[in-house]
Design a protein around this ligand. Structure first.
Ligand SMILES: Nc1ncnc2c1ncn2[C@@H]1O[C@H](COP(=O)(O)OP(=O)(O)OP(=O)(O)O)[C@@H](O)[C@H]1O
Length: 288
């Protein structure tokens, strides 16, 4: 179990995260927040690239700093900017990274073919990566993070730049990988994690806003999400009075999904979704 115990991180006089308190046990965690909220900072502390200014991180009750390399061997990390060698094929690259991680040749021979299968790259294992799509490169990135069979897998915006088909493939791969390990995925795209995360962690104003299941988080907007048709001539005044979460053009007006605490005539209440909560919580930060 990984415990983030009252962690604050400052860069000089700027505080990026404040009093973060989290407990992670095996499962998928979606770290969901707009850019700049501190997702990378939190992940970098978990993978020991940077240290908390205040507080500490513990693995099964022991501070990770005290565990040193023993802890780092249990962690797999895919950074936001993942550096790879275009001239290498995935198999060569995994041998190279595995050797740097100190994994024995025998273990690599056993692990690499399985990993390539798991991320659906076995058939292209001998192809140079310069020919690969963004999605294929990200899958190589996951495979390298999985070398050494880590207990904690940290993926920083792994779906950035991927098309919808690759995103779907990614979700199904991650679901399989999450058995018996902690998988922490950061994203600012709700649909990337909504269906696969056991728990969603939202950061707001440098603190944890939510760390809970999707249904539990959605309850926060129960009875406040509505849909209705708004004719063109009423659209502008409606938009200025309500928080619109989505809209679809129709003849003569718009089908609008919106959040309100006041009753609106003709509006139909609908069950809240995670996207509604995300747009509501970050209404001043998210560009729409
Ligand atoms: N080394 C650093 N020195 C100073 N400020 C930093 C440093 N690293 C991050 N920050 C600041 O801390 C805040 C959180 O950054 P962080 O990269 O953790 O956010 P993020 O949620 O991962 O966003 P993104 O997806 O854009 O990376 C930002 O305001 C950022 O400018």
């Amino acid at each position: 179990m990984l415990t983030i115990d009252h962690v604050t991180k400052s860069y000089g006089s700027f505080t990026a995260l404040e009093d973060i308190q989290l407990t992670l046990s095996p499962g998928v965690y979606g770290l969901l927040a707009p850019n700049g909220a501190g997702k990378t900072t939190l992940m970098q502390m978990i993978v020991t690239l940077t240290r908390p200014t205040i507080g500490e991180i513990l693995w099964d009750g022991v501070p990770i700093e005290a565990l040193g390399s023993e802890y780092r061997a249990r962690v797999g990390y895919l950074p936001q900017q993942f550096g790879f060698y275009k001239q290498y094929n995935p198999e060569q690259f995994l041998y190279y990274i595995g050797t740097l991680k100190g994994i024995s040749k025998a273990q690599l021979r056993e692990q690499i073919p399985t990993l390539l299968e798991e991320v659906a790259l076995f058939d292209v294992r001998k192809k140079k990566m310069k020919q690969f799509s963004g999605g294929m490169i990200q899958r190589v990135g996951i495979a390298q993070a999985l070398l050494g069979q880590p207990d904690i897998l940290v993926l920083d915006e792994p779906t950035a730049g991927l098309d919808p088909k690759e995103r779907a493939r990614f979700r199904s791969i991650l679901t399989k990988l999450a058995r018996n390990r902690i998988v922490l995925i950061s994203t600012h795209i709700v649909s990337d994690v909504e269906s696969i995360a056991n728990e969603i962690i939202m950061i707001q104003n440098k603190r944890i806003r939510y760390a809970h299941t999707v249904p539990h988080i959605c309850q926060s907007l129960q009875g406040q999400v509505f849909e209705m048709f708004v004719p063109d001539d009423r659209y502008l005044s409606f938009a200025s009075e309500h928080l619109i979460v989505s809209e679809r053009q129709q003849t003569g007006g718009m089908d609008i999904r919106f959040i309100t605490t006041e009753p609106v005539q003709g509006a139909k209440e609908v069950p809240p979704q995670l996207e509604d909560v995300f747009l509501f919580e970050y209404r001043d930060e998210v560009e729409r």
